[in-house]
Ligand binder design. Structure first.
Ligand code: PLP
Length: 404
């Protein structure tokens, strides 16, 4: 059992008032709030350890380097990678996918080759592939879903051909909450000899992830969605795959030697970390991951599932309520519309009641198109949310509904 009252004390922002109402923060899918230990870690690093890493012989630089490399090991442990060489720090999920899209296409794709994605991808797992597609003449194939928001694995199987080079799918949909059977999907891809990238932006904060058990070739996530700072994220790649890929960007750090005639690239993972990395961000991310580990990912998953069932039950009782995404395996996200009320109107009026929800297409316009809608209101939960807050949301929606 989680001691939510005490956990909430770790997040000073949760006791803020907005428009003189207690803040109810249900926009955790977009970004999570930061516990005090993470914010203090950032201040500590800048006050005590700040120096550019890897190149310095002096005390501070060595200490900062050690902290950055320790952070890499924390990430390795957190997702159970085989080696810390398989952990590349990036700016986030988006940059990680762009890195793979660019380097993988350069190394492994030719005109006419195909990448399989799903209908429920975030734009950041669609557009990077389209940019490469335009350059190299590759094509996207799309896994469809059923009316509950579950991917159709029979259809997925049919998409494989001689031309398939990669599968790139999200673990958890940021709109529908669907937890995709990625382990099974990876197994199926491997039967065709095809590697898989898993977008872990919405899974990493909510469930235990073991990249070796999944057997994914690439797994990516953002620090800011898992209680860490903005501007830092992770690309995990199996060592043999990262070795095969060319660098994404050139500059300092990523080289072994440089002359005007020839440059030799650095070893993993530095080959993919051009320029001064966010060494404060990495240490603060590690602090966030340790915080999450202390609470326990199984406890988090259990508690959030409780919130999801409670909220689903309460929201379904509202007249005119339409919930998008009813997968059997679902994370703590609810996308909805009520009657003919526009999602922006609902979001803006809930905001005046102190309730932060997200409205719009959630960077998943192809999914909105498949659902035949323009957008939804989305409430996404964290372990620091409570049933009382859900009651406030339900009362808020009822109030808005009566106004229309
Ligand atoms: N993928 C999914 C499923 C997401 O939900 C998000 C963000 O909402 C992203 C990718 C992009 O993450 P970021 O903006 O942190 O790079």
């Amino acid at each position: 059992m989680l001691d939510i009252e005490n956990i909430r004390k770790d997040f000073p922002i949760l006791s803020h008032r907005v428009y003189d109402k207690p803040l109810v923060y249900f926009d955790n899918g977009a970004t999570t709030q930061k516990p005090r230990c993470v914010v203090e870690k950032i201040a500590y690093e800048y006050y005590n350890v700040n120096a550019n890493i890897h190149r310095g012989v002096h005390f501070l630089s060595q200490e900062a380097t050690e902290a950055h490399e320790e952070a890499r090991k924390t990430v390795q442990r957190f997702i159970h990678a085989r080696s810390s060489n398989e952990i590349v720090f990036t700016r986030g999920t988006t940059e990680s996918i762009n890195l793979v899209a660019s380097s993988f296409t350069d190394a492994c794709m030719a005109e006419g080759d195909e990448v399989i994605v799903s209908v429920m991808e975030h734009h950041s797992n669609i557009v990077p592939w389209q940019i490469q597609a335009a350059k190299k003449g590759i094509a996207l194939r799309v896994i469809p879903m059923n009316e509950k928001g579950e991917l159709l694995l029979d259809e997925y199987e049919k998409l494989f051909s001689e031309k398939t080079r990669l599968v790139s799918v999200t673990y958890v949909s940021n709109v529908l909450g669907t937890i995709n059977p990625v382990k099974e999907m990876i197994r199926m891809a491997h039967e065709h000899g095809v590697p898989v990238l898993v977008d872990g932006a919405q899974s990493t904060p909510h469930m235990k992830v073991d990249v070796q058990d999944l057997d994914a070739e690439f797994y990516v996530f953002s620090g800011h969605k898992v209680y860490g700072p903005t501007g830092i994220g992770v690309l995990y790649g199996k060592e043999e795959w990262l070795d095969r890929l060319p660098p994404y960007q050139g500059g300092g750090e990523m080289i072994a030697t440089v002359s005007f005639e020839k440059t030799v690239f650095n070893e993993l993972p530095f080959k993919f970390e051009a320029g001064t990395p966010d060494y404060v961000g990495s240490t603060a991310l590690a602090e966030a991951l340790r915080y999450v580990e202390r609470i326990g990912l199984d406890n988090i998953a259990d508690y959030e599932q409780g919130l999801l069932s409670y909220a689903t039950r309460k929201l379904q009782a509202i007249e005119g309520m339409r919930i998008f995404g009813n997968a059997a395996e679902k994370g703590a996200v609810i996308s909805f519309l009520v009657g003919n009320i526009h999602h922006y109107d609902m979001g803006m009026l809930l905001d005046r009641l102190g309730i932060a929800v997200r409205t719009g297409h959630h960077c998943a316009q192809p999914l909105m198109h498949a659902l035949g809608i323009e957008g939804t209101v989305r409430a996404s939960f964290s372990f620091y949310n409570t049933e009382e807050e859900i009651d406030i949301l339900v009362a808020g929606i009822e109030r808005v509904r009566k106004m229309f």
